[in-house]
Design a protein around this ligand. Structure first.
Ligand SMILES: Nc1ncnc2c1ncn2[C@@H]1O[C@H](COP(=O)(O)OP(=O)(O)O)[C@@H](O)[C@H]1O
Ligand SMILES: [Mg+2]
Length: 390
């Protein structure tokens, strides 16, 4: 593998539907388009030369219009659909040449799939539905119930373990579908339009749930969507498909700022940039962010900012202190003069949600990651400059 961070590697994968895939492949290799292949051979090119890799712990969104090949692509990953050409590797293991038996093991242990329709068994309890995958894998009842119960807890449904699916709302049923996928503790979760059938509010809630699961458990997720807002909200990176091809891969920001073609650009028309830019993307490093090893007293004569950001030796933010011109800025003084409750912004907060905090704060707001590590500061000037540029 090129990089141990990359757990899924897809290289030059094709899927031709029809009875003469070789003929179609020959044409494609000679540069024919999907349309030409169809016109001449009647073969339908579902996926056309797809290459990408997915990193551990990332949500990789595949987006595109209906018919662009998203479902085909995600089913090629676990070979629910056999690729016509190309290779797929998961954790360095080549999926594309596994025997049926080994493939079954990969599907059971490494790749769980969540579909748009919940596909729950109406006559089975919630916990039996959630442990269904484990049952097929031959896991004993006690163990599979324990693991399914744990998974139901993760999606907030443990108290419904012995209900029937029809006693649950649509959103709750999809949570059961998610719990069933999580119960396997898969290396990678494949989700095909899993939230598309849900009401907007429930859908939004489920997206939040997925982001939380990713953060807390470092889940790796390939998520199919045709909805841009959803893709931007949950995607660390997005692959955009058109007519079976991946036309662009990047972070939401990268794609928006530099769309590969008009098709991609048309997706992003009218998108509110302030929702997609994250605080960490525009945080600036601050010369008065000081660690315990910093030389003191500080030379503040040229400092534009009248505040000091105190970091510990692990780069964790420990406080913000206004600089008083007439007092000695020893570490002790800086520590004891800290603002009691200072503002912070999490790096993954959108610019839109950061604006009220920045407006209210008398100093550039320190931006921190989930572990409290300092990532820079966000000032009113920087917010205005970003808004002006977009
Ligand atoms: N089993 C199949 N047989 C023939 N053509 C198919 C089959 N499944 C999908 N296709 C075709 O492949 C293309 C991509 O379909 P699909 O992957 O379902 O798109 P999406 O999920 O983006 O809506 C479409 O042209 C579709 O008609
Ligand atoms: Mg689809």
């Amino acid at each position: 593998m090129a990089n141990s961070q990359e757990i899924l590697e897809v290289k030059n994968v094709f899927k031709v539907f029809g009875n003469a895939p070789k003929k179609a492949m020959d044409m494609l290799n000679r540069g024919a388009t999907k349309e030409q292949v169809f016109a001449e051979t009647g073969q339908n090119v579902g996926v056309f030369d797809a290459s990408f890799s997915v990193k551990r712990g990332e949500i990789f969104v595949i987006m595109g219009l209906s018919g662009s090949g998203k479902s085909t692509l995600v089913r090629l990953l676990n070979r629910l659909i056999e690729p016509t050409a190309g290779s797929i590797q998961l954790k360095g293991q080549t999926i594309t040449n596994l025997t049926d038996k080994d493939l079954l093991n990969v599907r059971r242990n490494d790749m769980s799939m969540v579909f748009q329709s919940f596909a729950l068994m109406p006559h089975m309890s919630v916990i039996d539905n959630a442990s269904f995958g484990l049952e097929i894998s031959g896991v004993a009842k006690k163990t599979r119930h324990e693991r399914a119960f744990e998974a139901l807890k993760q999606v907030g449904l443990d108290s419904y373990a012995f209900s029937r699916p029809d006693q649950l709302s649509g959103g709750m049923q999809q949570r059961v579908g998610l719990a069933r996928a999580l119960a396997n503790d898969p290396t990678i979760l494949l989700m095909d339009e899993a939230f598309s059938a849900l009401d907007p509010l429930i859908r939004y809630e489920m997206q939040g749930e997925l982001i939380r699961l990713q953060k807390e458990q470092e889940r790796t997720i390939v998520f199919i969507s045709h909805d841009l807002d959803e893709a931007i909200r949950i995607g660390d990176r997005i692959a955009i498909m058109e007519g079976g091809r991946i036309v662009q891969i990047g972070t939401p920001d990268e794609i928006m700022n530099n769309p590969a073609d008009d098709y991609v650009a048309s997706f992003f028309k009218g998108v509110d940039m302030t929702k997609t830019i994250k605080a960490r993307d525009i945080a600036q490093s601050e010369e008065l962010a000081i660690t315990p090893s910093h030389a003191l007293p500080l030379d503040i004569s040229n400092a534009e900012n009248r505040f000091v950001y105190l970091l510990d030796e692990n780069n964790k933010l420990v406080g913000v202190t206004p600089i008083a011109n007439d007092s000695v800025n020893s570490l002790e003084n800086l520590m004891s003069n800290r603002i009691k409750q200072h503002f912070t912004i999490n790096g993954s907060t959108s610019l839109k949600e950061s604006i009220p905090v920045v407006s209210e704060s008398p100093y550039p707001v320190p931006v921190i990651d989930d572990k409290g590590s300092y990532q820079g500061t966000l000032s009113k000037e920087q917010v205005l400059a970003t808004l002006a540029n977009n």
